[in-house]
Design a binder for this molecule. Structure first.
Ligand code: ATP
Ligand code: MG
Length: 225
């Protein structure tokens, strides 16, 4: 069994056009199972682009992405969507919770989509995840009734819905105060170190990045350190 959760091999993504734009170039990266990695770099350096490629939300122009040691490049879109739903949890800077649903329903929906659990089990698991993030009191509320930090924790609960081995977060603390940002990073560390999940977080915040196991820095779509 592979010890790597996600690997990039000479990963390059170029947007075609009259003047092609290269988002990331020749990225070689191996993230071990249970590792907590931070990606830093200036605005426009390709951090989000890299995360989308690692999360199979975008397809490379050349090179490849391996998830759990298995090649994903060339798989058809339905298979990529299955891998995403079952193995990868995403947290974005803006939470993208569905405003018309309760927090509980927001966490429950991806569980129902995977359809491994019965509807009742799905609801119970969603409630359990909210409880583990100390959100039980808010389960029946809608996202707009919560604070920014609470919403971000609901988004993390949703990312954990299908027990993903890989969690990818794009500036998840960008809109949070310092204290809440530290809580979110503490939570990521727990997910990696106590639950053996792999966490890759893009952040502008160098202090927060220091609390990860390892950091890579992007400049102009390449790893520069
Ligand atoms: N759809 C697109 N069309 C054209 N250029 C794009 C597109 N998406 C990204 N880019 C460009 O690709 C480069 C990398 O963008 P990306 O969003 O990955 O950077 P980033 O490091 O996440 O930046 P930020 O810190 O501002 O979020 C930037 O120069 C950006 O302008
Ligand atoms: Mg970005």
């Amino acid at each position: 069994m592979s010890n790597s959760a996600v690997e990039a091999r000479l990963l390059t993504r170029t947007l075609p056009g009259e003047i092609p734009v290269t988002l990331v170039r020749d990225i070689d990266l191996t993230v071990a199972k249970g590792e907590f990695l931070a990606i830093t770099g200036p605005s426009g350096s390709g951090k989000s682009s890299l995360l989308y490629l690692l999360g199979l939300l975008d397809v490379p122009t050349s090179g490849s992405v391996l998830i759990g040691g298995r090649e994903t490049t060339g798989l058809d879109p339905d298979r990529l969507a299955e891998i995403r739903l079952a193995a990868i949890g995403f947290v974005f800077q803006f939470h993208f919770l569905l405003p018309e649903f309760t927090c509980l329903a927001n966490v429950e929906i991806p569980i129902r989509r995977l359809s491994k659990l019965s509807p009742r089990q799905a609801r119970e698991h969603a409630a359990f995840l909210l409880e583990s993030l100390e959100l039980s009191d808010h389960a029946r509320k809608h996202p707009d009734q919560l604070s920014g930090g609470q919403r971000q924790r609901v988004a993390i609960a949703r990312a954990l819905a299908n027990d993903p081995s890989l969690i990818l977060a794009d500036e998840p603390t960008g809109n949070l105060d310092t204290r809440t940002a530290h809580l979110v990073f503490d939570l990521f560390r727990t997910l990696a170190h106590e639950q053996g999940r792999t966490v890759v977080v893009v952040t502008h915040d160098h202090e927060l990045a220091q609390s990860a196991d390892r950091r890579i820095h992007l400049v102009d779509g390449r790893i520069s350190g």
